[in-house]
Design a protein around this ligand. Structure first.
Ligand code: ARG
Length: 577
């Protein structure tokens, strides 16, 4: 348990022993650090409840506090300021030198949580927005740190119109391929008829044509239906397209350190499409409307429009709602999860609200299973509009990576050359992209400011990795085995120790609010404090042996903490840069 949580528990017991009934006493970071490290702000609340003078209550609480605190004082109407005794800080943080768990207040109940993120659409290139898969990945890692069984699933978009469009366009280019011959009896070729580069051209062209040519669009839809219903030639071609596109997307996910536990796609839920439609129909919640099978989910109390779920077209084709419901059925059966968390663009929130409603209303998912949508904001250019290429096109994620790489690479020291240089540049590129993407609050849009993000100063991945790398090489020169913090020799040390006591709350907030900003902000603060400490103190040449050991132990705890935090974000440190 963290020091803060343990102290809060102590304070709650203390309130009880003083016969005050209160929900929860929080230890809050002081807004006036000159008066203390933390504040206890309950006196005003209790005063109202018990009709007493708040200062009187504050005085009563203060005189009951034990000696874990020093410099206890009351400000204003009854704000109690407290400062931890140095011994208390030292004892707590010595445990943290080799054990990150002291910073993690794990919930009592472990949960199995499926995280649905990534969501690349097969046949289309990953675009800038897909960078935000980093959020799901970081949450998958954070949940693990909290002891949950977190399961990442990429959920490929491999069952919809884009592939139908691509098939239609391949027919245009090469109508003699055996896939299009319904009477073909032989084996289909094992080589894909298209490369990923070709897909990059074919899809946009097909998409554009379908917008102006209704017949073309109709044929594309019929191909979609054919691969959904398993017509051999079209299904074989579908498989080639899926394999080609998937392996390319996987390279990008790998590059970004996104490690999915499952590589399922919408198509893997297809065996559940009919069962889930039957399930809903048996519950009597479906109906036909204009040739579509739908499920109404609107409630009288709704204050916005709540369109029905669209389940099946008259030709039998299934839709986005269907694949999501089928996937839920599959996940319930395969994993029996406590929760399913979805990470997608905030603009999909209505879709998820519909799917969740349908799931609960029909009993597909019991009420005690949490279905949760964690929407994220858009990545914009400096003009505040979605990030585009120079000529106004959609920027691919690969191009964005390349842009950052080209900015980062020249910043690496000249003496680092060859493959080593490339490897380091790649790691720093990933650090830059991830930190930039994980720093803002999840739901807010942010501007991709490449100069700012690749700077060595400020809240950037490269600053965090640079600081961590420097600490790493410093530690390599010192004997840091079995060291401990002995005392608090100066304010630089104290500031770091206090900062570390704040980490558990940041982690808990990240966990509860499903946003990594708290972690990024903390990393920045810790790096800045350490750099200040490093500038003011000469660790290697410190004459006082006890203080020297403290400095080394402090360096070690900061290093281990940074490594653990960066790992949650999926960022790797380097040996030099
Ligand atoms: N493929 C979808 C898209 O790009 C995102 C998938 C989100 N996950 C889900 N289960 N629907 O819009």
């Amino acid at each position: 348990m963290s020091l803060i949580l343990e102290t809060e528990k102590y304070l709650n017991d203390l309130m009880n022993s003083l016969n005050y009934d209160i929900d929860y006493v929080k230890l809050e970071k002081s807004k006036l650090p000159e008066f203390g490290q933390y504040q206890i702000n309950v006196a005003m609340q209790l005063a109202k409840k018990y009709g007493k003078n708040p200062r009187e209550i504050a005085t009563e609480i203060v005189s009951a506090l034990d000696n874990r605190f020093t410099n206890v004082n009351i400000q204003g109407p009854g704000f109690i300021n407290v400062t931890f005794n140095n011994e208390v800080l030292v004892e707590y943080l010595n445990k943290g030198i080799n054990d990150f768990n002291i910073f993690v207040d794990k919930p009592d109940k472990k949960r199995t949580i499926i995280l649905d993120y990534g969501g690349a659409n097969i046949a289309k290139e990953l675009h800038v927005g897909h960078l935000r898969c980093n959020i799901g990945e970081a949450m998958r890692r954070l949940l693990k740190v909290f002891g949950d069984n977190s399961i990442g699933d990429v959920h490929w978009g491999d069952w919809g119109t884009p592939i139908g469009l691509v098939i239609r366009e391949i027919k245009e280019i090469n109508p003699d391929l055996p896939y299009f011959d319904a009477n073909y009896k032989g084996e289909y070729p094992s080589e894909s008829p298209v490369t990923n580069e070709e897909l990059g051209v074919i899809y946009p062209r097909a998409s554009a044509k379908s917008k102006v040519d209704e017949k073309y669009a109709e044929e594309a839809r019929s191909y979609t239906l054919k691969f959904q219903q398993g017509e051999p030639g079209i299904r074989a071609l579908w498989q080639h397209i899926v394999n080609t596109s998937k392996s390319d997307c996987e390279k990008v996910y790998d590059y970004l350190n996104c490690q999915f536990d499952y590589s399922y796609g919408e198509s893997d839920a297809d065996p559940y499409a009919i069962p889930v439609i039957d399930f809903l129909s048996e519950k009597g919640v479906t109906e036909m409307s204009n040739g579509l099978l739908i499920m109404h989910i609107a409630d009288e109390s709704d204050n916005k429009e709540m369109p029905p779920l669209l389940l099946k077209k008259s030709d039998g084709a299934v839709l986005y709602d269907t694949t999501d419901l089928a996937t839920i059925m599959q996940r319930m059966k395969e994993f029996n999860p406590d929760a399913i968390w979805y990470f997608a663009d905030e603009r999909q929130s209505l879709h998820f609200e519909q799917v969740f409603r349908g799931s609960y209303k029909s009993g597909l998912v019991p009420e005690n299973v949490e279905l949760k949508f964690n929407g994220f904001g858009t990545i914009n250019g400096k003009d505040g509009k979605p990030f585009k290429t120079r000529d106004g096109g959609v920027m691919s994620l690969k191009s964005l990576i390349q842009l950052v790489y080209d900015k980062i690479e020249p910043k690496i020291k000249e003496e680092i050359t060859g493959q080593e240089r490339i490897d380091i540049a790649n790691k720093l590129t990933v650090a830059t992209l991830k930190y930039a993407d994980l720093l803002p609050y999840r739901k807010t849009d942010y501007i991709f400011d490449i100069d700012k993000f690749t700077s060595f100063e400020g809240k950037t991945g490269i600053y965090a990795v640079y600081t961590t790398t420097r600490i790493k090489s410093l530690l390599a020169k010192l004997d840091s085995k079995d060291v401990k913090i002995n005392s608090v020799p100066n304010d630089d040390v104290l500031d770091i120790l206090i900062k570390l006591t704040e980490l558990p709350k940041n982690l808990t907030s990240a966990y509860n609010d499903v946003t990594t900003s708290y972690i990024c902000e903390f990393i920045y603060d810790l790096c800045s404090l350490y750099n200040k400490f490093y500038a003011n103190n000469n660790i290697a040449n410190e004459g006082n042996e006890e203080n020297k050991e403290t400095f080394i132990a402090l360096t070690k705890i900061v290093y281990n903490t940074l490594i653990n935090l960066l790992d949650i974000l999926g960022i790797e440190c380097v040996d030099k840069m």
